[in-house]
Design a protein around this ligand. Structure first.
Ligand SMILES: [Ca+2]
Length: 475
């Protein structure tokens, strides 16, 4: 008799917090995630506090914030220190069979960091000696060697097209299928912890035709455009998107088609989650499984004219977070009801202690993450990424951009698109002071109780060469 619930930890990559139909999005279709949300609870103010792949994932695994972990931007080869406990390692220590499927973005890429096993899809990254990931391996065996990336769209490019190979070979379908294979192969005497990690809707934006067609007659809403773009220096997070990827040069019609492709990729993930849940149901495991869905960060998707991540605007930093507890979960003890929607700010690094509590493992005493069940609500949530900092209470959001010392203050209730900077109409001092108090003794940008800025280069754009890093035949 297994007395612990199975844990299905589902993540995607680049899924914006607003792109759920259950949260009122006018175009995106997410029926499976909506259903999970009705059966469980949803967090409307969940944040990636360093919204780019590597730091976000390492914080999720370790329960540390970026200062506790010590990484503040995307740096390849970043390792989790050997002595630092991980979510999967601690659950394994308490009797779970632990498995990862999909994108992990770890270094070395085959280092399990506490997982019993990993079946990986790393979007073509071959670093530190990796010859191929498991996704490429299977496609090569099926005769598609040299053809996986032949759609011609890169991992960092504002472009789109439909998927060029059979739908079942798309990474989203492959990842879901590998999850089902794990359910078949698992040790039935142990509860399982499966991190099911979809690589999409991360670019390349290449949905299968069936999902692309589902959005044929859907109106694509206009992206946000801050009026602050017309007032003085433009924050570097926006400028970098324009400079390094030339996204400001993309034609408006193509912009809307990229959004359509992005929505189609989200719906594909949603349907493949349906496939995985169906497999669990047929095996009689669905009710005994604690399910979480989240994304490692979002995608600006043309908000403020920019694309991708590494910024604290809503599209990049806020993520979906849905928890659907298992059958034996004590709803009353946690004061939760089905379909509850919570608006207090939570961080991705809160998931580690939350799942340790679900699995009956000890929570490391030195982590910054707070179990969502602990009752210790956070009044303010902080984050930093590559020179940008933010703090929010769930209602207001204050941004500090070191380059140029640009401050922004948004009212998320009345201006969720963050188009109106209130820095001149609301007193920013308390917000600035909260950030200073948090960063003091941690970050050298605080000097003499003030935030130190660096020069802003002016509103001019470099045009980087080879900015897309496209993949070719990839032998
Ligand atoms: Ca990512």
């Amino acid at each position: 008799m297994i007395d612990k619930p199975n844990i299905l930890f589902i993540s995607s990559d680049h899924h914006r917090g607003d792109c759920l139909s259950v949260s009122g999005h006018p175009a995106v279709m997410t029926p499976q995630l909506d259903q999970l949300s009705f059966e469980g609870v949803r967090f409307e103010q969940a944040y990636s506090t360093c919204p780019t792949c590597i730091p976000a994932r390492q914080m999720i695994m370790t329960g540390h914030d970026s200062y506790g972990f010590g990484v503040h931007k995307y740096i390849e080869s970043t390792r989790i220190p050997k002595e630092m406990p991980t979510l999967q390692g601690l659950l394994g220590g308490t009797g779970y069979q632990t498995q990862a499927v999909g994108k992990m973005h770890l270094f070395p890429q085959r280092c399990c960091y506490g997982f019993d096993n990993m079946i990986i899809c790393e979007e073509g990254r071959r670093l530190e000696g990796l010859k191929r990931d498991d996704y490429e391996w299977e496609l090569e065996e099926k005769g598609y060697q040299g053809k996986i990336w032949a759609h011609g769209v890169s991992n960092n490019q504002a472009a789109f097209r439909t998927w060029h190979l059979p739908e079942e070979l798309h990474s989203t379908n492959w990842t879901a299928r590998e999850a089902c294979k794990f359910f078949e192969r698992r040790d039935p005497t142990k509860p399982f912890f499966l991190w099911l990690s979809f690589t999409k809707p991360h670019p390349p934006y290449v949905p299968p035709l069936a999902y692309w067609e589902m959005y044929r007659d859907r109106d694509i809403p206009m992206p946000a455009r801050g009026e602050w773009l017309d007032e003085g220096p433009i924050p570097m997070g926006i400028m970098d998107s324009w400079s390094s990827r030339n996204v400001d040069l993309v034609d408006e019609q193509i912009r809307f088609n990229i959004i359509r492709a992005y929505y189609a990729l989200i719906t594909q993930i949603d349907f493949q989650i349906g496939f995985v849940l169906g497999d669990l149901r047929e095996r009689g495991l669905l009710e005994d499984t604690f399910i979480v869905y989240f994304s490692d960060h979002g995608d600006l998707m043309w908000d403020h004219g920019a694309m991708f991540k590494a910024a604290f605007y809503d599209g990049a930093a806020r993520v979906p977070l849905i928890i659907r507890p298992h059958k034996g979960f004590d709803w009353q003890k946690h004061s939760w009801r089905r379909a509850d929607v919570f608006s207090s700010p939570v961080a991705l690094y809160d998931l580690m202690p939350t799942l340790l509590e679900v699995g009956g493992a000890d929570i490391p005493p030195d982590i910054e993450g707070l179990s969502i069940f602990s009752g210790r609500k956070r009044n303010y949530l902080f984050g930093d990424c590559d020179g940008d900092h933010f703090v929010t209470d769930g209602r207001y959001k204050y941004l500090w951009h070191s380059a140029g010392g640009i401050e922004q203050l948004f009212d998320l209730r009345d201006d969720h698109k963050e188009e109106h900077n209130l820095i001149d109409s609301l007193d920013p001092k308390p917000w600035r002071q909260r950030l200073i108090s948090f960063l003091k003794d941690k970050d050298p940008i605080v000097q003499n109780n003030e935030l130190k800025s660096t020069p802003h280069p002016g509103n001019t754009f470099s045009r980087e060469r080879n900015g897309w890093h496209a993949r070719g035949a990839h032998y």
